[in-house]
Design a protein around this ligand. Sequence first.
Ligand SMILES: O=P(O)(O)OC[C@H]1O[C@](O)(COP(=O)(O)O)[C@@H](O)[C@@H]1O
Ligand SMILES: [Mn+2]
Length: 643
Amino acid sequence: MNTKFLDLLAQRYDSEEKVVTEIINLEAILNLPKGTEHFVSDLHGEYQAFQHVLRNGSGRVKEKITDIFKERLSEKEIDEFATLVYYPEEKLQLMKNSFVNEEELHQWYTEIIEHMIKLIAYASSKYTRSKLRKALPKQFVYVIEELLYKTDEYINKKPYYSKIIQQIISLGQADKLVTGLAYTTQKLVVDHLHVVGDIYDRGPEPDKIMDTLVNYHSVDIQWGNHDVLWLGAFAGSKVCLANIIRISARYDNLDIIEDVYGINLRPLLNLAEKYYQDNPAFRPKRNSEEEHSDHEQLQITKIHQAIAMIQFKLESPIIKRRPYFKMSERLLLEKIDYDKNEIIIDGTVYPLENSCFSTVNPEKPDQLLEEEEQVLDRLLFSVQQSEKLARHMKFLMKNGSLYLKYNGNLLIHGCIPLDEKGNMEKMVIEDKTYAGRDLLDIFEHHLRYSFAHPEETDDLATDMVWYLWSGEYSSLFGKKEMTTFERYFIKDKQTHIERKNLYYYLREKEEICRKILMEFDLDPDQGHIINGHTPVKEIDGENPIKANGKMVVIDGGFSKAYQSTTGIAGYTLLYNSFGMQLVAHKHFNSKEDVLLNGTDVLSVKRLVDKELERKKVLETNVGEELLQEVTMLINLMEYRYMK
Ligand SMILES: O=P(O)(O)OC[C@H]1O[C@](O)(COP(=O)(O)O)[C@@H](O)[C@@H]1O
Ligand SMILES: [Mn+2]
């Protein structure tokens, strides 16, 4: 081993004792049970529902409370306790209002603090003391540790402990302590979070989800097609930008663009007012609680049309300059007979309805009006100047990837494109052929390049980000075509169908999943593929656990817009040292409902896989890294202290 490196390391571990202590510490950690991984996907802006799942650890919090207190507390008391752990600030307020005098309140504080300490002792039993310390509220570390490590045999210390608690209460620190303990518990039940894509679009608060993730103790993200659309917009893709605004208008979420990210929509509105009228196909879907005035609704409808038409025009030049995208069938503006208001697709003539083509020049249908170009330039400038968006997008890049190999599993939002024989589908990009893992790697390479060069707007990397959104062999889209145009303008529903890649049928087969795992150098006996993206329709009897347990699909529809088709309100997955469990969540009403009624017994669990032997840190990704550290420290030991 490089002695220079060892000399550097010796600066940090500058005594024999320090090296020995660290080796012993790491070896001990390697033999602890692996931490709990929590998988969520397709959050689609549903911040409240996401918060709930995060705070209750997909049922883990209540499970732990029940384990310890089922003999001592009633079901109602367990519910109340759990709610306090999920939403400490609000629940404290409610509790405080429910007591008639201070004495009662103090009595309650005393009990609840003791209960919380017990809960934390239990929830942290598989962690080292040092890890637990890091999860404790800073200002109370000393006090909590005193309370945690008390042993009941020392009866003579009892007054000392109750004195500590009484002091905390009388010094007015109880609320802070309870709140801190609640958040510590949340951290302890889930060690690491995976978000398997689609944070953005449809729902009202993706920005708040991003803020939560930025502050979360340990998280990675596998980008979804919608996330990539936002990344693309920030990276300079005008067509991605048009798409995010179109979807925001469609779902009545323009305030995310305008108020949250501070992007000025005024120029777009002016253009929209000039060229568009009311149009039923472009009215926003009812999303928010608040009613719009007719005038506001009309404005959104006009913006929706203006940006949709810009989007369609922007697609053409990309399709033309990238023949290997094989999207020429999507040059729909050229297939329109503007006099007859019809379109010919695959030899069939379809009448167009709700058309709004007043900015289209039939001779050159993809030509943008000068005004449209100006609007786009200003929008792009505004997007790339938004500090908040920059913060969120950089985080998404830093913590995200197209796919992830983690503890033997393959996490990917969409698919690995396959052909009819189940082989990895090939795609030619600039005369080179890619398939399987190589294809995904080149996609990711282009996305990262595009993000690093936001000033380039028409290069291959930037076009490729749009391909990831809607191209046939995109691992995030995984369908033959995106029929957005047909959905707006053609009545015949046959034209709306988006044919899925064969992956979505073949993934039911175990041998296909094993083959994919091997393509990614994963052990097919141990590994699973974890997917999001396609809502699992429980309602129709679809099973989210496929291919003899090798494949788990966890898009159950956090997105309210999709809950009627799935019949549930989202799946999450838990993977701890005992195995993997799928949790199906029923509809989440509101935080208020949970606070007042404790309505939280909503999850149904299903076992995906049970470990024959409890899995240790040693067998995880983190374990691998720790092992390398141990090896380095042993080298240091030999080099420095054992000569
Ligand atoms: O439900 P909407 O708003 O019409 O969106 C439909 C579009 O969304 C997509 O399903 C992509 O979004 P998802 O990744 O959430 O599935 C497209 O395939 C489809 O064209
Ligand atoms: Mn998706």
